[in-house]
Design a binder for this molecule. Sequence first.
Ligand SMILES: [Cu+2]
Length: 55
Amino acid sequence: MESFQDRMQNSTGVHSAGHFTISGDSGSDFYTSTGDPAFWLHHSMIDRVRYIWQS
Ligand SMILES: [Cu+2]
């Protein structure tokens, strides 16, 4: 669990990188990402990867 979390959640992890690169503000406002519909494709894939990992 720890290694999976580290890869997904640290500041350059897959999950975090989507928040910081989709929809504009790369690095300062984590919450602007949700304004871009493309962001939800990213987040759906994050959920899918977690499900696959759990399985
Ligand atoms: Cu997120």
